[in-house]
Design a protein around this ligand. Structure first.
Ligand SMILES: NC(=O)c1ccc[n+]([C@@H]2O[C@H](COP(=O)([O-])OP(=O)(O)OC[C@H]3O[C@@H](n4cnc5c(N)ncnc54)[C@H](OP(=O)(O)O)[C@@H]3O)[C@@H](O)[C@H]2O)c1
Length: 360
């Protein structure tokens, strides 16, 4: 069987994301199965900011991506051949798949999509967004906020989130509002503010206003944040890292709490990070930092799925996805994420079958 794949031809350089000519499309034979492996027909893949780190060759929670290797991608697919006990053909699976029509994976790294989701169900692509990587990461992360940092009638609290209009950030905003927080959202530009207002966000801060020569002026952003959160920030959900995190730290109240989810601003310069200048303030104010990693929380992901389906069905959580058709579209999807042009999650439909056409 022929397998259309997208592979890494050379590493991107500083001209990324303007220049995206480092991928190549090829036809390859379908890989053979070893013991404990299944052959997966890839249905949809998600475009995730962390892919930029994978492209640089750095090792993350997956092995580093080599030149000539098929691009890994969070994806959802269907098992079509199995050499693994209790994984049968037909099973829908989710995990780090590949930017390809077919891929082989060891089952110990995969999730089974809950059985109430059937082939053709419009929910399938959403296992890469609201019911998966981004939505359930946000839900589970918010659940681990310590009691002392949660709002009560006597003690209101403010939560700030960066990339607030993004796939993860927009879910954080809505869950935070449900929990009773006053929410401050950080985004690049005014264009995203209207969406944040629709989500019920109380204050919006646009960091492009604090840019000089394409660099964020950290002190200026701190002052802007202070003017939107005069009561200080009790919880900060960080998707951006580096300068934005640095600017938020001085605004965080004593014994505040920071959820470290992502660091998109560092992904394009993984090896040249300049570090946090305001870290001393975090020590002085006894701020607690906690990293979150959805792949380490398999059971929580399963538990969160049904809960999220309920919240979406009752209309209390909004989500946005953009579905592009065909492997080639992955390149434009990745570029858009780093130009901040994505509206929610960008998903690539790989298997071009009417039955599966997503109806969002
Ligand atoms: N820890 C985990 O398990 C886990 C799971 C899922 C996602 N994540 C992380 O969560 C973050 C958000 O992921 P997502 O899929 O929801 O993406 P997203 O927020 O939907 O899209 C990425 C956003 O990042 C912002 N951005 C792009 N380039 C930037 C730069 N150079 N500096 C600062 N911001 C930039 C843009 O928003 P603005 O234009 O508004 O800045 C863009 O829309 C990522 O860092 C991702 O790696 C972590």
């Amino acid at each position: 069987m022929n397998n259309k794949v997208l592979l890494l031809q050379r590493r991107p350089d500083e001209s990324f994301p303007q220049n995206m000519n480092f991928f190549e499309i090829q036809q390859q034979p379908t890989p053979q199965l070893d013991k404990g492996e299944i052959l997966i027909r890839v249905l949809f893949i998600g475009v995730d900011p962390v892919m930029r780190v994978w492209l640089s060759g750095a090792k993350t929670y997956i092995d580093s991506v080599q030149i000539g290797q098929v691009m890994p991608a969070f994806g959802v697919g269907q098992c079509i051949e199995s050499n693994a006990k209790s994984w049968n053909p037909g099973q829908l699976v989710f995990g780090v798949l590949e930017c390809a029509q077919y891929c082989v994976r060891k089952v110990n790294k995969l999730f089974k999509v809950p059985s109430f989701v059937e082939i053709g169900d419009p929910i399938i692509p959403l296992t890469l967004s609201i019911y998966g990587v981004t939505g359930l990461t946000a839900l589970n992360a918010m659940k681990q906020i310590p009691e002392s940092n949660r709002p009560t009638q006597e003690s209101p609290k403010t939560l700030c989130v960066s990339s607030a209009a993004g796939s993860t950030g927009s879910v954080v905003c809505q869950i935070a509002k449900r929990m009773g927080y006053r929410v401050v959202g950080i985004v690049s530009s005014e264009e995203k503010v209207e969406f944040l207002k629709e989500l019920g966000v109380d204050e919006c801060v646009t960091y492009n206003k604090c840019k000089q020569n394409e660099e964020i002026n950290v002190n200026q952003l701190t002052q802007l944040l202070k003017s939107h959160a005069s009561e200080g920030i009790d919880v900060y959900y960080d998707n951006a890292g580096e300068e934005i995190l640095d600017a938020v730290i001085p605004v965080i109240n004593k014994r505040g709490y920071v959820l470290l989810c992502g660091a998109t601003s560092t992904y394009n310069s993984w090896k040249q990070r300049c570090g946090l200048k305001n870290l001393a303030k975090a020590i002085e104010n006894s701020i607690k930092f906690e990293g979150i990693m959805f792949l380490n929380e398999k059971q929580k992901m399963y538990d969160g799925f049904a809960e999220m389906v309920e919240m979406v069905n009752e209309g209390s959580i909004k989500h946005q996805e953009e579905i592009l058709l065909g492997i080639e579209q992955f390149i434009i999807g990745l570029q858009n994420v780093f130009l901040g042009k994505n509206k929610g999650k960008t998903i690539i439909q790989i298997y071009d079958n009417q039955l599966l056409q997503a109806k969002l």
